[in-house]
Design a protein around this ligand. Sequence first.
Ligand code: UT7
Length: 331
Amino acid sequence: MTPGSRRGPAAVVSGVGSALPAQVVPNADLSVRLDTTDEWIRARTGITRRHVAAADETTTDLAVQASAQALTGHPAGVEALVVATTTPDRTCPATAPTVATRLGLTGIAAVDLAAGCSGFLYGLATAAGLIATGTAGSVLVVGADRLASLPDPEDRTTVPLFGDGAGAVVLRCGSADELGALRPVVLGSDGRGADLITASHPGALRMEGAAVFRHAVDRMAAASLQAATAAGWELSDVDRLVPHQANSRITTFVARQLGVPYGRQLSNVADVGNTGAASIPLLLAGAAADGRLKPGHRTLLTAFGAGLTWGAVALTWPDLPHTLTPERGRP
Ligand code: UT7
């Protein structure tokens, strides 16, 4: 097929949901226990607060809550579930089978994948493959992370960056010319940068911030251009750029490199920080609920994360009558 041609079956977005822990930690709280200030954090990252899970509130809990919201209007549920996470409750078993069972979907295909903050886009591509092969007629893709648990609590360079949350999207089999149809997903990795972001266990996150920053800008800009081209779009066609919410300086640089005007860039980093694999679906759910993202908007998603990994995909945003305002309470 030529780039941008729109024949045949496709994975089509038909629901979106999100979940945030009730506990909010503003920058001022961090400056009480760390050698930092609200001004420094806001100026360097754009973050003003983040949601942090309670000790007994798990990645699974957040994933279930976001999924239940995304499944509103889907009484039959879905035939497969992909959970993208770097912070599963346990190393074994995977998160997804428990999430499926708690949603009343015992028996469906259910798998975790780990691709750092790019995990949600890898999940979308996996779901599109499951749909294209006829393995599943509908797939729930969840990004869920408790990244606030990863930094050393004494490390002022990483603690302010991360928050907890989950976002979920339902994909169904539809046709490529429908609103909501995913275009080709661009994915990539570079293991030479594996040591730039590492975490062997909670409290042990290590990050080379400045190097990560440069790679994030370059990779997200390049992947975005590739995904737009694969969809047959010019960058000037993009109505909404939805970059992984790592840091507002990173996303501003990406938008600038692509020539996407500031007003077309969606952001929630100020309120939630970097929520890992949850970042993009959390932003989609919030923006769809409050009208920043409207049916017909040509939307470009892009992410970058540990691995290194990255990705991007284009879609025209669908009409989702069941979109709810993101819940802020615990399940
Ligand atoms: O999904 C990808 C995940 N990773 C990321 O998103 C991180 C990408 N990197 C970044 O966002 C930025 O590199 C940071 C926000 C982490 C750091 O910003 P920066 O402009 O690269 O600062 P820096 O690391 O070069 O540090 C500048 C100064 C240093 O002090 P000295 O050595 O110049 O005296 C740091 O010690 O700022 C100091 N610093 C802080 N000061 C106050 C670092 N963290 C803090 C802090 N409060 N929280």
